[in-house]
Design a protein around this ligand. Structure first.
Ligand SMILES: [Zn+2]
Ligand SMILES: [Zn+2]
Length: 662
C-alpha cells in the first residue's frame, strides 16, 4: 500500500517537473522532482529502506514520509531505530487504538493521544462505562484487525470552521476545545480507516507497519491535567513492528519489576519512607546507611588521591546568598518557602545547591595561582520541591545528598581537571560493574554567542579540553551544539544497566558565571587579579539516585566490596556453634562483614535463605571442618567452592575486591 501511495504522489506532481536538491545526512545531494516524498527518496535508495521508513525529518521538522516536499531540504529518513521514528510509530498507534475504541464502544469521546517514552496513551471519555483489563484483549484484536487492513494515515488540511463543523456533528467536545485554541490555516486532520482525528502529525504511512499490540493499563486522568475538569480514562498501550519485539519488551518489564529499587529497598531493609516524616524524604535504615557509608568512603578515598579536600556546610543558608548565586531566582518561587527567624526577621532557604557555600569557602582568604586548582568536596544534602505526584522511590525525592565537588582553577587547568574527574568516573563504573556508558558533550551554539557569558577564548579552551579528553579516553559520546548552559559547557554520563536500560548519572560542568557573581579572584604569576574557572562535578549524581540505579542494575546482588553482609556462617547443628564463633572472630580480624545464622533451621534452608538474601558467600561448618580447622565455602549463584582455611578464604575475598576497586 505504501508503495502505491508514494507512486500516486509522484504521478500527481510529475506534470510540474521542477527539480529540487535533497541533502541526506551523509551530506550527499540528490536531485528529485518537486513534490518528492520521504518514501520516494527511500525507494530511490533501496526497497529495504522504503519498507522500513516510518517518517522523514525535513529541515529539523518531522514529517509524514508520504508528505510531498517542494523545496530544497535536508532530509533524514526515520526508521524504528530512530527515537523520532518510534515516536511517530507509537503516536500513530494511538490513532489506531482510538479507531478500535470507537468501533467497540460507540459514543466514546476523545481527548488527546500522544506517544510517550514507551508506547502511547489516549485519554477518552466513555461516559458511565468503566474500562477494565477484561476489555484489553478485544481492543488489541480490533487494533490488529485494523493493522492488517493496512490503512493509510492521510493528512488533510482543513479550515477552522470546517473542523468545528466536523467535530460538532460528532459531539467531540474535547476536540472542539482544542480547535478553539488553534489558528485557522494551520489545522490538519488525519484519517485512518473509519476514524478521523484532529492532529498535527506526523504519522507512519499506514497501519500495516504495526505487527504487535499490547494494551498495558488504564488510569484516571483529569482533562488537561486540571483537577477541576472531568476525569477521563487514560488507556496505555504499546505496539511494535515485530511480534518478537513485543515479547522481548514484556520480558524486560518482568525483569524490571523484579529489579524495582523500591521493592528491593524494602526487601533488603535499605531505606523506607514514612508519611509522618514527609513524602519524598527517604529514611536510611541501618543496612542502607552502611551501604551509603561504604560508597562514600570509596569515593572519598578516590577523591583524596586526586587532591580533593573534604568540607561540610549547613543545610540552610541566608536568602541573600542564593540571591547572589541566582539560585533564589531559579528555585525560590517554585520551591520550599524561605524560613524566617522570629525576632531578627532574617530569611533562610533550605539549601538547593552546595555551590554558593563553596564559593564562600573560596573567599575566606585571598588566593594565589599557587593555590589552584582548589578542589572542595562535600556530601552535601540539598532540598528541592517536587510535586507529590512526581515523586518516585529514590529517583525523585525532595531531599537528597549530592556527591558534590567544586574545582576552582585557572582556564589553563580545565583540561587536566577534566581528565582527573573522568578518571574518577571510570573508577566508579569499573568498581560497580557498569560495562557500557556513553557521554553527551553540550557545547554552545557558535551562531548565538550573546546567549552565553564568559569570553570566547575561555569557551574555546574549555570546549576543546572536553572534546580532547573524551577522545583521548575513548569515550563514546554525542556532541550537542547549543545544549550548553548559558554559563558553561558540560559533559554528562549515561550508563546502560544489566538489562539494557539507560540511566543518566554524573555530570561535569564548567562555570564562568558563579565566579563572576561571587567576585572570586586569584592573583596570577603576573601579580594581577584574575577570575578562576569553577567546575561542578557529581559522578554519582546523588547518593539516593545512585543507590537506586545500582539496585536496579545489580538486582540487589551488590558487588562483594559493597555488600552489606559479605559472609554468612552456617553451623550444621548447634554442636558447632562455638567453632562458628571462632570463625566469625577470625573473619572480623580481616574486616570481612560476617554473621552466624544460628536459627534452629536445617542447613539446607539456611543456604537457600542466604541465596535469596544475595549474601555473596556462605561458610558451612560441621564436624569435619572443626576437626581440620577449615570451612566449606559456597559462593552465591555459583555453588560449592570446596574446603578452605580461613587465611586462604580471606585471600580469595581480598583478591575479588581488589580486582574491582584498586
Ligand atoms: Zn496524530
Ligand atoms: Zn555546583
Amino acid at each position: 500500500m505504501s508503495k502505491i501511495f508514494s507512486n500516486f504522489a509522484n504521478l500527481f506532481f510529475r506534470t510540474i517537473n521542477i527539480m529540487i536538491n535533497i541533502t541526506l545526512p551523509d551530506n550527499s545531494v540528490r536531485q528529485y522532482n518537486e513534490g518528492v516524498t520521504g518514501l520516494d527518496i527511500a525507494l530511490s535508495i533501496s526497497e529495504g529502506l522504503a519498507r522500513n521508513v516510518l517518517a522523514a525529518k525535513v529541515n529539523d521538522e518531522v514529517w509524514d514520509a508520504t508528505r510531498p516536499i517542494f523545496n530544497d531540504a535536508n532530509v533524514k529518513l526515520l526508521t524504528w531505530n530512530d527515537t523520532e521514528g518510534k515516536a511517530a510509530f507509537w503516536h500513530s498507534s494511538a490513532h489506531i487504538m482510538a479507531e478500535a475504541l470507537e468501533a467497540l464502544f460507540p459514543g466514546t469521546k476523545f481527548g488527546i493521544g500522544p506517544d510517550i517514552e514507551n508506547g502511547f496513551y489516549y485519554d477518552v471519555d466513555m461516559g458511565e462505562r468503566m474500562l477494565t483489563e477484561s476489555d484489553f484483549k478485544a481492543i488489541e484484536d480490533k487494533m490488529l484487525e485494523f493493522a492488517k487492513e493496512n490503512q493509510p494515515l492521510v493528512r488533510k488540511e482543513i479550515s477552522k470552521q470546517d473542523a468545528i463543523d466536523f467535530f460538532t456533528k460528532k459531539g467531540e467536545v474535547y476536540k472542539l476545545e482544542l480547535i478553539n485554541e488553534l489558528t485557522d490555516g494551520e489545522i490538519t486532520l488525519y484519517e485512518s480507516g473509519r476514524f478521523t482525528d484532529l492532529c498535527r502529525g506526523p504519522h507512519i504511512p499506514s497501519s500495516g507497519f504495526i505487527k504487535a499490540v499490547k494494551v498495558m493499563s488504564v488510569a484516571g486522568a483529569y482533562w488537561r491535567g486540571d483537577i477541576s475538569r472531568k476525569q477521563l480514562t487514560r488507556v496505555y498501550g504499546i505496539t511494535f513492528p515485530k511480534q518478537k519485539e513485543l515479547q522481548d519488551y514484556l520480558l524486560l518489564l518482568e525483569e524490571a519489576k523484579k529489579r524495582d529499587h523500591r521493592k528491593l529497598g524494602k526487601e533488603l531493609e535499605l531505606f523506607a519512607f514514612s508519611a509522618n516524616v514527609g513524602l519524598g524524604l527517604p529514611l536510611w535504615l541501618p543496612k542502607g546507611t552502611a551501604l551509603r557509608e561504604r560508597l562514600e568512603a570509596f569515593l572519598k578515598k578516590a577523591q583524596k588521591k586526586a587532591g580533593y579536600v573534604q568540607v561540610m556546610t549547613p543545610h540552610i543558608g541566608n536568602v541573600n546568598l542564593y540571591k547572589t548565586s541566582g539560585h533564589f531566582q531559579k528555585y525560590g518561587a517554585d520551591s520550599f518557602r524561605p524560613i524566617s527567624t522570629p525576632v531578627e526577621g532574617e530569611e533562610f532557604m533550605l539549601k538547593p545547591m552546595n555551590c554558593p557555600h563553596h564559593c564562600e569557602i573560596y573567599k575566606i582568604k585571598p588566593r594565589s595561582y599557587k593555590d589552584l586548582p582548589f578542589r572542595l568536596a562535600e556530601f552535601g544534602t540539598v532540598y528541592r520541591y517536587e510535586q507529590s505526584g512526581e515523586l518516585h522511590g529514590l529517583t525523585r525525592v525532595r531531599g537528597f545528598t549530592q556527591d558534590d565537588a567544586h574545582i576552582f582553577c585557572t582556564p589553563d587547568q580545565v583540561k587536566e581537571e577534566f581528565v582527573g574527574v573522568i578518571n574518577i568516573v571510570m573508577h566508579i563504573f569499573k568498581a560497580l560493574d557498569f560495562k557500557e556508558w556513553t557521554a553527551q558533550i553540550s557545547l554552545r551554539d557558535p551562531n548565538d554567542k550573546e546567549k552565553y557569558i564568559g569570553t570566547d577564548e575561555n569557551w574555546e579552551k574549555a570546549e576543546r579540553a572536553i572534546l580532547e579528553v573524551v577522545e583521548e579516553n575513548n569515550i563514546k559520546g554525542v556532541i550537542e551544539i547549543g545544549e550548553a548552559a548559558f554559563y558553561g559547557p558540560k559533559l554528562d554520563f549515561m550508563v546502560r544497566d544489566a538489562i539494557g536500560r539507560k540511566w543518566q548519572l554524573g555530570t561535569i560542568q564548567v562555570d564562568y558565571n558563579l565566579p563572576e557573581r561571587f567576585d572570586l579572584e586569584y592573583i596570577g604569576n603576573d601579580n594581577q587579579k584574575h577570575r578562576p574557572v569553577m567546575i561542578h562535578r557529581a559522578p554519582f549524581g546523588s547518593m539516593e539516585r545512585f543507590v537506586a540505579v545500582l539496585l536496579e542494575h545489580c538486582a540487589g546482588k551488590f558487588p562483594l566490596w559493597l555488600a552489606p553482609e559479605q559472609v554468612t556462617i552456617i553451623p550444621i547443628s548447634d554442636k558447632y556453634e562455638n567453632y562458628a564463633k571462632k570463625v566469625l572472630e577470625l573473619l572480623n580480624n580481616y574486616d570481612i562483614r560476617s554473621q552466624i545464622d544460628n536459627r534452629s533451621e536445617k542447613a539446607g534452608k539456611k543456604i537457600r535463605d542466604a541465596e535469596i538474601d544475595r549474601i555473596p558467600f556462605m561458610l558451612i561448618v560441621g564436624e569435619k571442618e572443626e576437626a581440620e580447622n577449615t570451612i566449606s565455602v559456597r559462593k552465591q549463584g555459583h555453588g560449592d567452592l570446596g574446603s578452605f582455611t580461613i587465611d586462604a578464604f580471606a585471600a580469595l575475598i581480598n583478591d575479588e575486591i581488589n580486582k574491582m576497586i584498586e
